[in-house]
Design a protein around this ligand. Sequence first.
Ligand SMILES: Nc1nc2c(ncn2[C@@H]2O[C@H](COP(=O)(O)OP(=O)(O)O)[C@@H](O)[C@H]2O)c(=O)[nH]1
Ligand SMILES: [Mg+2]
Length: 233
Amino acid sequence: MKIIVTGPYESGKSLIVNHITDGQCINIERRGTTIAMDHGMANVGGLSVFLFGTPGLLRFRTIRKILSEGADGIIFAVDSADPESDARAKLFFREIAFFLPGVPCVVAANKQDLPEARPVDQLRNNMTFLAGQAVIPCSAKTGENVDRLLRTLLFLTMMQWSGVFSKFAEHSGAKDGLKRLMKGLNVGREQAVGYLRRFELRKLLEVQIGDERFEVKDTVRALLENPNLIMAR
Ligand SMILES: Nc1nc2c(ncn2[C@@H]2O[C@H](COP(=O)(O)OP(=O)(O)O)[C@@H](O)[C@H]2O)c(=O)[nH]1
Ligand SMILES: [Mg+2]
């Protein structure tokens, strides 16, 4: 899955990517500020997760647009301890909603380890644009709740794709898998191939020669059939 981590300057995006990837990530930065991106990979319950942290300075909008393309889910980081960043958070929230309409999102109410951190209710009062979003209190510094944040987002993403994923699992390995997928989803060849390509790139499955057959990876088959498993740990 391709997950974008966005939000205003200093909200903890880079540290979130660092924590999720266990430090196995790159950060293209200048004097401590991300100027291009953070990037890293993680494996969550057999799912490959490709994380892209964005630069949080307003002027890097074009880079955020490019990084956002094709994302399956959004982690939106806010600084729970700094009310002065709320106005910037609102601008970034509008931006990502414009780049990725309808893509599942969870809000990381970050820096909860700090004594001045606001609880979720207060964040919702201060940032009314968060209405209707899942807000999860966490700390990228201590790691508290970061795993739950990611799993919640992956669950929402898998629910959004559940119609396609259940057909992937159903027709995996069949000799005429592509045809069955087209019939099962009631879509044309181009769209079905598009789905296969998208999730081949995300390492969910492998597409065989001629594209007529595909095979779901063993590690994800159960998850595709039952997305709830991603929350169980
Ligand atoms: N106390 C605390 N500090 C944090 C947390 N997350 C990030 N920081 C600090 O906040 C600053 C900005 O973090 P960074 O990850 O670079 O934010 P970014 O600009 O959004 O990428 C750094 O000094 C981090 O060490 C957190 O959960 N708790
Ligand atoms: Mg950063």
